[in-house]
Design a protein around this ligand. Structure first.
Ligand SMILES: O=C(O)CCC(=O)C(=O)O
Length: 361
């Protein structure tokens, strides 16, 4: 379908999103809410298109060893060359932007509102009524880097979007020590925020929001109508692989130069006295071996540090080639001081119920 809509990113007609509301969450986390990214009429056209034309699926996820149907419909769109998205054991098919041209118009409106943004993937969610929801989670996959900017555009039924601060060790200890009466008095808790996401609105999470905060769209009995939400994201994956390759090439060059330095004197030195030969050669071989081993170790450590800093992880789509994950698993006992990972608790003996909240989108 080649339906095109012209996105209007200035519905107020005054050249700016005048009603933009910024919420400073502290420690470098921020949320920006723009109630009218798009006009109401235009947003309804997008809603109708997305509702009809997107190949929605409701996948079965694996969370804590249990299968359950995701409590909303979903679809995934990504630029070419990005890795497949995998969450809770589910790998959605990545559609192309060209498959659904109106998505490019919505992206254009988002880009106008967020100049300089470079979104390259999109997760679509459809909530068919108040029973559909997304549980508490953070979009903190390493794939998105340490400070991802996520732009969320909503269409249709208004729903509440909740945010709460991730429990830190120190804050948990503090609240455990406090009397219950004191804890209850904190009605306007700065660690909780709520936004009503309107038809045609934009909500942006940025900075350390995914590191320090959780968000959810809870069940709401009164929200009977359908809501469609689009979250635009930037995947850093490709850049990480290029970085790793660059580091590898630079280090291979250094290694080659070092080996040349090591071997040249053996060739150029005048023939030694008979009897010294074998010890001189074995000395050189050990030196060369040490240099090669040192270089391999340095390559591994530096590539790992860079990958970790930049947030990359998967090499392949389905996790088979998750080399860092493999190393992490193999070395966990060393990293954690020999403490083995705690196995998940065994399932209770009664009939399994669907979980009330999912932990991950
Ligand atoms: O529907 C929403 O507003 C939120 C969706 C969300 O949290 C997500 O896609 O990670």
């Amino acid at each position: 379908m080649s339906l095109r809509f012209k996105a209007i990113s200035d519905p107020d007609g005054n050249g700016s999103n005048s009603k933009e509301q910024k919420t400073d969450l502290g420690n470098g986390s921020e949320v920006v809410y723009v109630p009218r990214l798009l006009t109401s009429d235009e947003s309804w056209k997008f809603f109708d298109y997305l509702n009809k034309e997107i190949p929605w699926t409701r996948p079965t996820l694996r969370v804590f060893g249990r299968s359950h149907v995701q409590p909303r419909d979903t679809c995934y769109v990504a630029s070419k060359g990005l890795p497949e998205l995998i969450y809770s054991g589910y790998q959605p098919h990545a559609y192309s932007w060209d498959d659904f041209p109106p998505l490019k118009d919505i992206l254009e409106a988002v880009r106008k509102a967020l100049p300089g943004s470079t979104f390259n993937s999109l997760l679509l969610n459809r909530y068919k009524g108040g029973n559909d929801y997304v549980g508490w989670h953070a979009d903190d996959e390493k794939l998105y880097g340490p400070t991802p900017e996520i732009a969320s555009v909503s269409f249709g039924c208004e729903r509440e979007f909740l945010m709460k601060k991730k429990p830190s060790k120190s804050s948990q200890e503090r609240s455990d020590d406090e009397p219950v009466s004191k804890r209850l008095k904190k009605s306007s808790n700065p660690d909780h925020h709520s936004f009503t996401l309107k038809h045609g609105s934009l909500l942006v999470m940025r900075g350390y929001t995914q590191r320090d905060w959780l968000h959810s769209v809870p069940k709401r009995a009164k929200a009977e109508a359908t809501r469609i939400n689009l979250t635009f994201r930037v995947s850093l994956h490709q850049a990480n692989n290029y970085l790793k390759l660059m580091v590898l090439f630079v280090l291979m060059g250094t290694l080659e130069a070092t080996l040349k330095d090591q071997l040249t004197p053996v060739v150029e030195t005048p023939p030694p006295h008979i009897g010294e030969d074998s010890s001189r050669y074995s000395h050189r071989s050990i030196e060369t071996l040490v240099v090669v081993l040192a270089a391999i170790t340095i390559i591994g450590v530096i590539a790992g540090i860079i990958a970790r800093l930049c947030g990359g992880r998967h090499f392949g789509g389905n996790g088979e080639h998750d080399i860092e994950g493999w190393v992490e698993r193999k070395c966990r006992s060393c990293i954690d001081g020999g403490v083995p990972a705690v196995p998940p608790p065994p399932p209770p003996p009664q009939e399994p119920k669907p979980p009330s909240e999912e932990t991950k989108k």
